[in-house]
Write a protein of this length. Structure first.
Length: 526
C-alpha cells in the first residue's frame, strides 16, 4: 500500500483518482506546521503540494520513504530540487493544466490595470463618483512586452493580439521562426524594457531571473509604463518597483505574486497605482481539476513503476522511446553492476558504447540505468534520478558513444570502466527469446546469463588449474551450475566464468586467490 500525503488544497477530482486506486492510502493534511510536516512526510511514499508547502531539504531528508513529490501546478521553486535529486526522489509537476487560466488572469489584470477597474470599484462602493480620477488608457495599438514566451506568455500574446496590441517578446529560447508564426516581434530584453507600454513577466524564478527587472531596468523604461507580474514574486524587484512608481516613471502595476507570500501589509499596497490579487492565476475550477488529475495520475504511474511524463529532475523520455528502450533496461543495469564488480580501486570513468540498432536511439536513459547499476554497488538507495548526481559528486566521468558496427550482433552495449587501479570492460546483448547475455569480458568472448552468483577467475591456461578451482569449491559445498573457459593463447592468460549456487565467502575467495595458477578471482552477485 502506498501512502500519498497531500499538504495543500487539491481539487476533489484529483484526490478521487488516488482514492479509487486500491494500492493507495490518501492522507490529506493542509496547514501543517513545519514540525508536523516533518512527522507526516516520514510515513509517506509520495507527497503532493501546490505553491504553499515549502518542501525544504529538511522535509526531503525526513521523507525517508519518499519516491516522488508531485506539484499540482507549474512552479517548483517551493521544492528543493537538488535535495530531492540527491536523494533519488522524482519531482513531477503538472505544467499544462493551468496555462489558460493564468493567461486569462493576466489578461484580466492587464485590462484592470489599463482602466483602473479595482480602484474605480473601491471608490464607487464607498459612495464616491470620481469619473475624472480613473481615466485609463486603451490597449489598442499599445506595445505589450512579454518576458518569457512559454506556455502562458504565448497564450497571453494571442489574447493581446485580439485586442490589437503589438506584441514584442524576449525569451532566450524563442526562435525567429516561432515568433513569426505567432505574429510576435522577437526582441532583446533591452528592447522590451525600452519600448513596451506594458511589460509582463512569464518566466520561472531562477538565479538568472531573480530581480531581472531591477532599478536599472526601470530607469530605461518609457515614462508611464505599466508592469505586470503573474509569474513569480522576485522576478521584479519590489523595492525598485515601489521607487519607480513613487518617481512617476511607472504608471501602475498589477501583481498576483510576491517575494514573500502572503505579503501582509506590503509598502506597495500603500500606492493607489498598484492592484493585486492573492496568487489567483491558477485558481479556476478548470485549472485546479486539470492539475490535480494530472499530478495524481503521474504519482500513481511513478509509484507503480509505469511510464510518466513530467519529471522536473529527469529529462523527459517520449513514450515511444520508453517502449523501445524498455527491453534493454535489465541488461543495462546488470552490465553496470557486473562491470563494477570486476574492478578494483576508485571508479574514475565509465564509457558506454552503443552499437548496431541501439546506436540509432537516444540511449541516455539506458546510460543512467548502467550508472545506477554500478553506483548501487557502493551506495544504497540509488536510482536513475540520483545516479548521475552521485556520479558527478564523486568525480566519476561518464561518456556515451555510438558506433554502427556491432560485431555480428543486432546491437551491443559495451561498458568500459576505469579506476585508479586499472581498466575493465564488458559487453552485452539481448538474444531473441533468450534474454540478456554477457558476450564479452575484457577481450574474452563468453556467453553468460547475467544473473545469480558468478565467479570470474583469471588464471594461467595450464593443466589442473580448472580442477583445482573445482575441488576447492566442492570442498566448501559450493555447487557449480555452469562453467565457461576462455583463453587468448595456449598456455597464456585465460578466464573461467562460473555460475555457483550460493554467495562466496571472503575466506573461500582467498583460498582460490592463493592458488599458484590463479591471478585474480572476483565474486559477482547480480
Ligand atoms: N500566478 C499563478 O498562479 C501562476 C500559474 C501558473 C504558472 N505560474 C508561473 O508562470 C511562469 C510561467 O509558466 P509557464 O507555464 O508559461 O512556463 P514555461 O516554462 O512554459 O515558460 C517559461 C518561459 O520562460 C523562458 N525563460 C526562462 N528563463 C528566461 C529568462 N532569463 N529570460 C526570458 N525568458 C526566460 C523559457 O524559455 C520559457 O519559454 C512560471 O514562473 C510559473 O510558475 C504562475
Ligand atoms: O506555478 C503555478 O502553477 C502557480 O503559481 C499556481 O500556484 P498554486 O497551485 O499555489 O495556485
Amino acid at each position: 500500500m502506498f501512502r500519498v500525503l497531500i499538504t495543500d488544497p487539491l481539487s476533489e477530482q484529483g484526490i478521487e483518482k488516488l482514492q479509487e486506486a486500491s494500492d493507495v492510502e490518501v492522507v490529506q493534511k493542509t496547514n501543517l506546521t513545519p514540525a508536523e510536516l516533518l512527522t507526516e512526510v516520514a510515513e509517506a511514499d509520495a507527497l503532493i503540494v501546490r505553491s504553499q508547502t515549502q518542501v525544504t531539504a529538511e522535509v526531503i531528508e525526513a521523507g525517508s520513504r519518499l519516491k516522488a513529490i508531485g506539484r499540482a501546478g507549474v512552479g517548483v521553486d517551493n521544492i528543493d530540487i537538488p535535495a530531492a535529486t540527491a536523494r533519488g526522489i522524482l519531482v513531477v509537476n503538472a505544467p499544462d493544466g493551468n496555462t489558460i487560466s493564468t493567461a486569462e488572469h493576466t489578461f484580466a489584470m492587464l485590462i484592470s490595470l489599463a482602466r483602473n477597474i479595482p480602484q474605480g470599484y473601491k471608490s464607487t462602493i464607498q459612495g464616491e463618483w470620481k469619473r475624472k480620477a480613473f481615466v485609463g488608457v486603451e490597449l489598442n495599438n499599445k506595445k505589450l512586452g512579454i518576458v518569457g514566451l512559454g506556455r502562458i506568455g504565448s497564450e497571453l500574446a494571442s489574447r493581446a493580439q485580439a485586442f490589437h496590441m503589438k506584441v514584442i517578446a524576449f525569451d532566450p529560447y524563442l526562435t525567429e521562426e516561432r515568433a513569426k508564426k505567432m505574429g510576435v516581434h522577437k526582441a532583446s530584453l533591452e528592447e522590451v524594457i525600452q519600448e513596451a507600454d506594458f511589460i509582463t513577466v512569464h518566466t520561472p524564478l531562477t538565479k538568472e531571473t531573480r530581480h531581472l527587472i531591477d532599478e536599472a531596468a526601470f530607469a530605461k523604461m518609457k515614462e508611464g509604463v505599466r508592469i505586470l507580474n503573474c509569474a513569480r514574486g522576485g522576478i521584479i524587484s519590489e523595492q525598485a518597483l515601489y521607487d519607480a512608481i513613487q518617481s512617476g516613471k511607472v504608471a501602475g502595476a498589477a501583481l498576483d505574486v510576491f517575494e514573500t507570500e502572503p505579503p501582509g501589509e506590503h509598502p506597495l499596497f500603500t500606492l493607489p497605482q498598484v492592484i493585486a490579487t492573492p496568487h489567483l492565476g491558477a485558481s479556476t475550477r478548470e485549472a485546479q481539476e486539470n492539475v490535480a488529475i494530472d499530478v495524481s495520475e503521474e504519482i500513481l504511474h511513478i509509484l507503480r513503476d509505469e511510464p510518466f511524463k513530467n519529471a522536473v529532475n529527469l529529462p523527459s523520455i517520449p513514450a515511444e522511446l520508453q517502449e523501445k528502450l524498455r527491453p534493454y533496461q535489465t541488461l543495462a543495469e546488470k552490465l553496470g553492476s557486473f562491470a563494477v564488480q570486476t574492478t578494483e580501486g576508485a571508479l574514475e570513468e565509465i564509457t558506454v558504447t552503443y552499437s548496431g540498432e541501439l546506436a540509432e536511439l537516444d540511449t541516455a536513459p539506458l546510460t543512467r540505468i548502467i550508472l545506477k547499476g554500478a553506483i548501487s554497488h557502493y551506495l544504497s538507495d540509488v536510482n536513475d534520478v540520483s545516479a548521475p548526481h552521485l556520479a558527478k559528486e564523486r568525480g566519476i566521468r561518464v561518456t556515451e558513444q555510438k558506433v554502427s558496427r556491432s560485431h555480428g550482433f543486432t546491437h551491443l552495449i559495451h561498458v568500459g570502466m576505469k579506476t585508479d587501479n586499472g581498466e575493465t570492460a564488458v559487453s552485452g546483448t539481448l538474444l531473441n527469446g533468450l534474454g540478456s547475455r554477457i558476450v564479452k569480458i575484457n577481450d574474452y568472448s563468453v556467453d553468460v546469463q547475467p544473473e545469480g552468483h558468478l565467479l570470474l577467475v583469471q588464471h594461467h591456461d595450464r593443466p589442473g588449474a580448472i580442477g583445482q578451482v573445482g575441488s576447492i569449491l566442492g570442498d566448501q559445498g559450493v555447487n557449480i551450475a555452469t562453467m565457461q573457459v576462455g583463453r587468448k593463447d595456449v598456455g597464456g592468460h585465460a578466464i573461467m566464468m562460473l555460475h555457483v549456487d550460493k554467495q562466496m565467502s571472503e575466506e573461500l575467495l582467498k583460498r582460490l586467490k592463493d592458488l599458484e595458477e590463479i591471478d585474480d578471482v572476483k565474486a559477482i552477485d547480480l
